[in-house]
Design a protein around this ligand. Sequence first.
Ligand code: PLP
Ligand code: COI
Length: 341
Amino acid sequence: MTKTINIDWGKLGFTYTKTDFRYISKWKDGNWDDGKLVEDNNLSISEGSTALHYGQQCFEGLKAYATKDGKIQLFRPDQNSKRLNNSCRRLLMPEFPEERFIDACIQVVKANKAFVPPYGSGATLYLRPFVIGVGDNLGVKPAAEYIFCVFCSPVGPYFKGGMAPVNFMISDYDRAAPYGTGAAKVGGNYAGSLLPHEVAVKKGFADCIYLDPATHTKIEEVGAANFFGITKDDKFITPKSPSILPSITKYSLMHVAKEYLGLQVEEGDVFVDKLDMFKEAGACGTAAVITPIGGIEYKENLHVFHSETEVGPITKKLYDTLCGIQFGDVHAPEGWIVEVK
Ligand code: PLP
Ligand code: COI
């Protein structure tokens, strides 16, 4: 019999729900073990683990989607695997093979099928793969042992309101150094973002926007999401920088904008004092999906794009097409969808 659980899917925020199984594989002496699903959601690790002291850890985020005809599918898990391995290389951690990464995600979704929110519920199953350096250690050096784990949790919208516009403020803090770890998905980047995030929220904003750390003139990231803007002549523009996390959603949207909506697409500088070139703007990411940006506060001025209350027409089309692909209602580009079966 299929297990049923009592969750009000429509009320879920982006919060942790303990599910039944997670996948764990351990690395020692140059090899990952066979890996397995386990029930315990606690990890027991050495107090000397490099992940605890020196931030030797990285993570990913991807989602499983229930389709109208009852299938479950993953969106571009190969891209998450590649990015995880880039992060591993940056922190001198062993890479986890791509086919095993995808298999682990599939195993976790299958084992937690009851937690996959139904089609149309507004929620999805978020998967969190990660790698941590573990084992007895004291000096600043790479760990001798590692754990790869994937857990999952059903989630709702990351920003309150989902597809309703929210406002952001430009932060005085930097998220990453010019040639630091900004392009890797490592925990240290997020620890450093907690304070700027709290400052923004206390001032009534959804989150903060980071400028480029070298000149503080160009937009880089919108909290834990990438930025895009639609110019008055219908170009999709998104920042390019070595300290931005390369968002899989962003690269997918660039393809959608070009191939499905017929827009011109450009990665380039987005100067914070030239925001009036955009008629619409948004934040994009796995958790954020597409969150329309109502306005951005910079030097005490709130620059409003399309509207503080209504989503712009191009942002809405991008959202509908991307979600249509993810939920199986719109034909996906080759290789973007992996069915969980
Ligand atoms: N930027 C940051 C800092 C993030 O944490 C994320 C989330 O993963 C993104 C951008 C969006 O990336 P993706 O679309 O691959 O989820
Ligand atoms: C994601 O979008 O997957 C993220 O990782 C953002 C945040 C929850 C860290």
